[in-house]
Design a protein around this ligand. Structure first.
Ligand SMILES: Cc1cc2nc3c(=O)[nH]c(=O)nc-3n(C[C@H](O)[C@H](O)[C@H](O)COP(=O)(O)OP(=O)(O)OC[C@H]3O[C@@H](n4cnc5c(N)ncnc54)[C@H](O)[C@@H]3O)c2cc1C
Ligand SMILES: *[C@@H]1O[C@H](CO)[C@@H](O)[C@H](O)[C@H]1NC(C)=O
Ligand SMILES: *[C@@H]1O[C@H](CO)[C@@H](O)[C@H](O)[C@H]1NC(C)=O
Ligand SMILES: *[C@@H]1O[C@H](CO)[C@@H](O)[C@H](O)[C@H]1NC(C)=O
Ligand SMILES: *[C@@H]1O[C@H](CO)[C@@H](O)[C@H](O)[C@H]1NC(C)=O
Ligand SMILES: *[C@@H]1O[C@H](CO)[C@@H](O)[C@H](O)[C@H]1NC(C)=O
Ligand SMILES: *[C@@H]1O[C@H](CO)[C@@H](O)[C@H](O)[C@H]1NC(C)=O
Ligand SMILES: *[C@@H]1O[C@H](CO)[C@@H](O)[C@H](O)[C@H]1NC(C)=O
Ligand SMILES: *[C@@H]1O[C@H](CO)[C@@H](O)[C@H](O)[C@H]1NC(C)=O
Length: 661
């Protein structure tokens, strides 16, 4: 999770919505600049008396706006599209074939192609990121757009996500473009903690050992910190004050160093000079990389399956389609699956690598009986709402100069090095042991990830989250009366697990996601403690000064239960504990276990090689044996760096050329 919708008062929202939803801001800017330079403004200027200075100053602004908009929309830095052979019987051969240019895959392809002797093919189903991807305050406009995302939904389960509209399935969104999830996500960059990696229990992957990959990654990404506006700074101080009363301190170490106790609003982000720094952009869209003749990138290429030799012990290539035409690429080296937690699992299953029973159901020959698709994990998140009851300086009275969509903000962004409200934002998070909030011993189990002010009169967050119309309406109604503070709670170590299966043999079909958020008793207990913690917070002196009290959305099924009873809250959990877009684990890194489809065994070994198959690795979030203590993009990119390094090291061990060019 990690994306904050910008909650605008209604008027501004309607003003900008059509603009955002109908594609990009870009054509509008051109129009604006076009008009101002070509016709109206300049033409009118020339008809007034001017010594020349006035006109030329005003023209220079129009030109500066134009130049800076063009630079922002400049997509020429990406590698050129490689066209697959016209003659489909012509088969291209590569040293490495990387499937998916997401957070991890973009890094793998870039690092491998540093060796100019090796030919790398990168296949990505999506296209280039649109303009909204670049700018922090605009990205949420892409979040329901099928062109840039897979909007997958789990099989409905009465135990969870009941607040979701229509079928009540939990959502499992993923990015679909160059940069993958990293190009549409909330930009939060957190490496996880020492304990998270210790629990992975994999040789070579403890905290000390992953630091090498993290430091390489951070040198390139150069993460930064968002500038909060004045209102959000006040909010941060309110939360620091309230939590301090409960003995939860401000975080002492920086998050980026792996700290996980207490609160902080210094949250590192993948933003560099006011623009998104996805691994896709940083590792692929620069002149050094895009001129490499040995890296071929095909966008709009959907990989269908991995080709294996006759007895399924060696990967030999992939089948992919572009515009419905099927092509084959073969490799003398390796196929690297970086298609993300849902699709890397799907591709293995379609290729005959997975639980024998499941593959038999689809008449797919089982080459390797491995627990592919099991161990699906997500932190999940549950919103709680606090209603402001009195004026305490933290309220949504907005400073008009902080409106990110105001023309002056857009102009500031374009003219002043991508600064201003369009690039500013606010995250605040707390790591808490829900059993003993003031105790810093041991690992926290609760991540209080977001503290968002929903201003009076705004449309709120329920529509964005995909909740039922009557809930959307109820939230809008309460927002007519006062401001809301939305707090999201995530489980750092959820026990409930889901599973990914095939829904058909057709690779264009989405997988079937079995979802079990909050079904494990331990998870329910932690979520209950989260509720009690927030209630205690609302009873602190600091919070009482703002008159903050819980607002409960109307839920017929729960409202008949004793108010504030555990039963009521368990019911609330079934409605509101929903997906956090942090899926991991379906191709778990662990030793192979025989029998019973090796349910708790691994799919890949500690060098990310698929058990039993030579020349096939999985390098993305799906290999995580367990969720890290924090958002997943940082660890996914680290896996990309480390996976690429392993492939290069193995090359060297085989005495193959490893010289950079
Ligand atoms: C809305 C949202 C907000 C988020 N916010 C944050 C955040 O703030 N901080 C954070 O740390 N994490 C966040 N995440 C999670 C994070 O972005 C992901 O964990 C991370 O991107 C996963 O990286 P990956 O390399 O495993 O897969 P991805 O980045 O998903 O990459 C997979 C790529 O493979 C491509 N692909 C898939 N199937 C095929 C195929 N068959 N053929 C060819 N190409 C294919 C996809 O198009 C995609 O580009 C968020 C996620 C979402 C959806
Ligand atoms: C913006 O600049 C580009 C490149 O210099 C130029 O081709 C274009 O005509 C300019 N657009 C406007 C509207 O002035
Ligand atoms: C666009 O990017 C290319 C490659 O990085 C660069 O050469 C060019 O100058 C850029 N164009 C603009 C308008 O910024
Ligand atoms: C850790 O891994 C080792 C080696 O694979 C294994 O023997 C051991 O049982 C594992 N420990 C745990 C706690 O999983
Ligand atoms: C599988 O086939 C390859 C040749 O394609 C052969 O070298 C190898 O020994 C075979 N492996 C098994 C386990 O049968
Ligand atoms: C699998 O094959 C059997 C026997 O040929 C056939 O009856 C069945 O319909 C097939 N199932 C699927 C899912 O294709
Ligand atoms: C919000 O706080 C400001 C600053 O204290 C105050 O001037 C304003 O009246 C408040 N607005 C509301 C709606 O309470
Ligand atoms: C959280 O605090 C409780 C109570 O002090 C303690 O028993 C527990 O071990 C702590 N949890 C962790 C994971 O350290
Ligand atoms: C797979 O599904 C797609 C989209 O529904 C369809 O166009 C295609 O023909 C199907 N392929 C097969 C082999 O059935």
């Amino acid at each position: 999770m990690g994306h904050q919708r910008v909650h605008k008062p209604r008027t501004a929202e309607t003003r900008t919505r059509s603009l955002l939803l109908h594609g990009s801001l870009w054509p509008l800017l051109i129009l604006f600049i076009g008009c101002s330079t070509r016709t109206s403004v300049v033409a009118q200027l020339f008809s007034v008396d001017s010594s020349g200075l006035g006109i030329s100053l005003m023209q220079s602004v129009a030109m500066a706006l134009n130049a800076s908009s063009l630079a922002l929309a400049n997509n020429t830095a990406w590698p050129l599209q490689h066209e697959p052979p016209d003659d489909r019987s012509e088969i291209e051969q590569y040293d490495y074939i990387v499937v998916g240019a997401g957070s991890a895959g973009a890094i793998v392809a870039s690092r491998l192609s540093e060796l100019c002797q090796v030919k790398v093919l990168l296949l990505e189903e999506g296209q280039l990121p649109p303009l909204e991807s670049e700018i922090f305050s605009l990205t949420a406009a892409l979040h329901h757009d099928e062109r840039y995302m897979y909007l997958e939904e789990a099989v409905p389960n009465p135990q969870c996500c009941q607040a979701m509209a229509s079928t009540h399935g939990c959502v499992w969104w993923h990015g679909r473009m160059m940069g993958g999830g990293g190009a549409i996500n909330g930009n939060i960059y957190i490496p996880g903690s020492r304990d998270s990696f210790r629990r992975w229990n994999s040789t070579g992957w403890d905290w000390m050992q992953v630091q090498k990959s993290y430091s390489r990654l951070q040198q390139r990404l150069n993460p930064s910190y968002l500038q909060p506006n004045r209102l959000n700074l006040k909010l941060a101080n309110l939360i620091y004050a309230g939590s301090a009363e409960l003995g939860v301190p401000r975080m002492k170490q920086p998050l980026i160093a792996g700290a996980t106790f207490g609160y902080t609003h210094h949250v590192p982000v993948t933003v560099n000079q006011g623009r998104r720094a996805s691994s896709g952009r940083v590792y692929l869209a620069n002149d050094q990389v895009n001129r490499r003749g040995n890296l071929k990138v095909i966008r709009g290429a959907q990989v269908q399956k991995v080709l294996l030799n006759a007895n399924g012990t060696q990967a030999t290539g992939v089948i992919y389609t572009v515009n419905g035409m099927e092509h084959t690429a073969i490799t003398s080296g390796e196929v690297v699956l970086s298609a993300g937690t849902l699709n890397s699992a799907k591709l293995l299953l379609l290729s005959g690598i997975g639980p024998r029973k499941e593959l038999q159901r689809w008449n797919i020959t089982t080459y390797q009986d491995l627990p592919v698709g099991r161990n699906l994990q997500d932190h999940g998140m549950m919103p709680l709402f606090l209603l402001f009851g009195s004026n305490c300086a933290v309220n949504s009275t907005r400073d008009p100069t902080e409106d990110p969509y105001a023309p002056v903000s857009v102009a500031q962004y374009l003219l002043d090095n991508q600064k201003g409200p369009l690039a500013s934002g606010f995250y605040m998070m707390g790591y808490i042991n829900s059993s003993a909030p003031s105790s810093s011993r041991g690992e926290p189990d609760l991540h209080v990830v977001a503290h968002t002010l929903l201003p009076k009169g705004s449309t709120g967050s329920f529509g964005y989250l995909g909740f039922r119309p009557e809930l959307v309406q109820a939230q809008q109604d309460i927002l007519q009366e006062a401001d809301l503070l939305q707090v999201m709670g995530s489980l750092l170590r959820p026990h409930s697990q889901g599973r990914v299966r095939l829904s058909s043999k057709n690779s264009t079909d989405q997988v079937k996601i079995e979802n079990h958020y909050g079904e494990a008793l331990q998870d329910q207990q932690t979520l209950l403690r989260y509720v009690r913690y927030i209630q205690k917070l609302s009873n602190t002196r600091s919070f009482r000064r703002c008159g903050l009290r819980l607002w409960l959305p109307p839920l017929d099924e729960c409202d008949v239960l004793a108010p504030d009873s555990d039963d009521y809250w368990l019911c609330y959990i079934r409605y509101f504990y929903v997906g956090a877009w942090h899926s991991v684990g379906t191709c778990r890194m662990a030793p192979r276990k025989e029998g019973n489809s090796g349910e708790d065994g691994g799919v890949v070994d500690e060098r990310l090689r698929v058990h039993g198959v030579k020349g096939l690795r999985v390098v993305d979030a799906s290999i995580m044996p367990e969720l890290p203590a924090g958002n997943t993009n940082g660890p996914a990119m680290m896996i990309g760096e480390k996976g690429a390094q392993m492939i290069l090291d193995d090359r060297e061990a085989n005495n193959e050329v490893v010289q950079e060019c």
